[in-house]
Design a protein around this ligand. Structure first.
Ligand code: F6P
Length: 470
C-alpha cells in the first residue's frame, strides 16, 4: 500500500516494456497453430463467468510479469483495504465500501434495515396495483444502474421509466400515458443538489406528481422537498457503485425484490472470488491485466464492450461511467502528473447490431481496438456470431489471392466472457467483475478510482452562465 513510486519506475514495468518488444511480430494465428493447449490454458473461471483471454496478444509469461507488477503495486493489500472498508478514497477521505451492500450474512445493520424497507415498499407497490408507473429521476450513478437492470430484467408488473436529462423531452417521454394518481416518482440523488435531477423533480411536481420517494444521503433536503419516504445512501458508497444500494429501488420495483436480492448475491460471489482466487486465476484481475497490457504496452487508446443480447444493450453506457469516471485521471495519488496512459475510452453496443455498424473499423481500421465479447448463451445465432467476430479479429485471413480490400489482417485482441443466460445473479457477477477490474487498474496506475473532480468545473461554469454571468 505504501508503494508511491510511479509504476513506470518499477522493475516489473521495465521488464514488461522490454517483453512487449518481442510481441510486436507475434501472430495469434501462429500461437494457436503452435500450441493446441492455448485455448484451454488461457481461461479462468469465477462463479458463473468464464473468461477466455486466449485471443489476447500475450502468453503465460506475460501474465506472470503482469501479476508481478500488480503485486509490486500492492494489489493484495489494496484489495484487503477496499473489502474491509478502509478509506481508499484519499481525496475525499472516505471508504468505497460498495461490497458491504451485498455482503450476504454480514451486512452492516443500516444496510440490512434499508434492504428490509426496500423489500416492504417495493412489494407493496407491486402487489397493491395502485401505482402503475414508476419514474426514476436521477442521473449518472443514480440512473444508469437501475436503468440497466430494469431494461435487462424488468417484468410486466409495473411500467418503470427513467428520466436523466435536463432536456424536458426526457421527462415528457417518461410520462407519456401516465396518470398522476398512479405514478410514483423516485428522486435518486446522493447529494440532492444535482441540477438536472432537481429540475426534473420540480417539473414532475408541476406536472401534478403526488407521490415522491427519495434516495439520498441528504435527508434534510429530501424531506424539505416533500418526499414521503427517504431511503438512505451513505458517503462510503460512490455514485457509480451505488446500484447495490437503495439507488437500486427502481430496479427492485421493476424486477421484484427477490430478483434484486439475487443480483446482490451474484455481486457477493464475485467479491469472494476477487478476494480469494490467486491473481493468475482471478477473473477481474485478469481483465485488468489484459487492459493494462493493451493500453500501456501495446498502445491501445480505446476499448470496446460488445454484449451479445438485446437485454444488455445498456451495458456499455453503464460501464462508460464506471470505467471512465473512475480511471479517467491525469494525476496520481500523490498529485503528480502521470507519465503513462490511464483509462482508455470505453465504447460499444449490443451485438449483433454493432456488426452492421462499426465492426468494419474493428476488422480493417487503422486503430486496433481490444474488445470484450460477452456471450450469454441466449441462442445459437448470437453465440455463433459472438465467437465468429472474436475469431475473425484474432485470425483474419491468410489468402494472398484476395484483393487488398478483402484482406483481414487479424491479430486484433479480444477476451470472451461467457455466462449462462441473463439472470439477476449473472448480472450481479458481471458488474462486480468490472468494478474490481477498474479498482485493480487504479491500483496499478496509482490513481484514486473513487473521486471524480473532473466533472466539477463544467457544473460551476453552467451555474454561472445560467445566473447571467460570463
Ligand atoms: O457529475 C457526476 C456525478 O457526481 C456522478 O459521479 C454521480 O453519479 C452523478 O453526478 C449524480 O450525482 P447525485 O447522485 O449526487 O445526483
Amino acid at each position: 500500500m505504501n508503494n508511491t513510486t510511479p509504476p513506470t519506475e518499477c522493475k516489473a514495468w521495465a521488464n514488461l516494456a522490454h517483453h512487449a518488444e518481442s510481441w510486436r511480430t507475434v501472430r495469434l494465428r501462429d500461437l494457436f497453430a503452435n500450441d493446441v493447449a492455448r485455448a484451454v490454458q488461457l481461461v479462468a473461471e469465477a462463479p458463473g463467468v468464464r473468461l477466455d483471454y486466449s485471443r489476447q496478444r500475450l502468453g503465460a509469461i506475460t501474465l506472470r510479469m503482469l501479476s508481478h507488477l500488480a503485486v509490486d503495486r500492492g494489489l493484495p493489500e489494496w484489495r484487503d483495504a477496499l473489502l474491509s472498508g478502509k478509506k481508499v478514497n484519499s481525496s475525499e477521505d472516505r471508504a468505497a465500501w460498495h461490497t458491504a451492500l451485498r455482503a450476504g450474512g454480514s451486512l452492516p445493520p443500516e444496510v440490512h434495515a434499508t434492504l428490509e424497507r426496500m423489500k416492504r415498499l417495493s412489494e407493496r407497490i407491486r402487489q397493491e396495483g395502485k401505482i402503475r408507473r414508476v419514474v426514476n429521476l436521477g442521473t449518472g450513478g443514480s440512473d444508469l444502474g437501475p436503468r440497466l437492470l430494469a431494461d435487462a430484467l424488468g417484468d410486466a408488473t409495473l411500467d418503470v421509466r427513467f428520466a436523466a436529462n435536463v432536456d424536458p423531452l426526457d421527462l415528457r417521454r417518461a410520462l407519456e400515458g401516465a396518470d398522476p394518481a398512479s405514478t410514483l416518482f423516485i428522486v435518486a440523488s446522493k447529494t440532492f443538489t444535482t441540477q438536472e435531477t432537481m429540475a426534473n423533480a420540480m417539473a414532475a411536481k408541476a406536472w401534478g406528481g403526488r407521490f415522491f420517494y427519495a434516495v439520498t444521503a441528504n435527508k434534510k433536503e429530501a424531506h424539505r422537498f416533500g418526499a414521503s419516504e427517504v431511503l438512505p445512501m451513505w458517503d462510503w458508497v460512490g455514485g457509480r457503485f451505488s446500484v447495490w444500494s437503495a439507488v437500486g429501488f427502481a430496479a427492485a420495483c421493476a424486477l421484484g425484490f427477490q430478483s434484486f436480492e439475487e443480483f446482490l448475491a451474484g455481486g457477493h460471489e464475485m467479491d469472494k472470488h476477487f478476494a480469494d482466487a490467486p491473481l493468475e486465476k482471478n477473473v477481474p484481475v485478469l481483465m485488468a491485466l489484459c487492459g493494462v497490457w493493451n493500453t500501456n504496452f501495446l498502445g491501445a487508446a480505446t476499448h470496446a464492450v460488445l454484449p451479445y443480447g438485446n437485454a444488455l444493450r445498456l451495458l456499455p453506457a453503464y460501464l462508460q461511467q464506471l470505467e471512465m469516471e473512475s480511471n479517467g485521471k491525469r494525476v496520481d495519488r500523490e498529485g503528480r502528473a502521470v507519465g503513462y496512459a490511464t483509462a482508455p475510452v470505453l465504447w460499444g453496443a449490443e451485438g449483433t447490431v454493432s456488426q452492421h455498424s462499426f465492426h468494419q473499423l474493428l476488422h480493417q481500421g487503422t486503430q486496433v481496438v481490444p474488445c470484450d465479447f460477452i456471450d450469454f448463451g441466449l441462442d445459437e445465432n448470437l453465440s455463433a456470431n459472438c465467437r465468429a467476430q472474436a475469431d475473425a479479429l484474432a485470425f483474419g485471413t491468410d489468402d494472398p489471392s484476395l484483393p487488398p480490400h478483402r484482406q483481414y489482417p487479424g491479430n486484433r485482441p479480444s477476451s470472451l466472457l461467457s455466462l449462462d443466460k441473463v439472470t439477476p445473479r449473472n448480472l450481479g457477477r458481471l458488474i462486480a467483475a468490472y468494478e474490481h477490474k477498474v479498482f485493480t487498474q487504479g491500483v496499478i496506475w496509482n490513481i484514486n478510482s473513487f473521486d471524480q473532480w473532473g466533472v466539477e468545473l463544467g457544473k460551476e461554469m453552467a451555474k454561472t452562465i445560467l445566473s447571467g454571468g460570463k
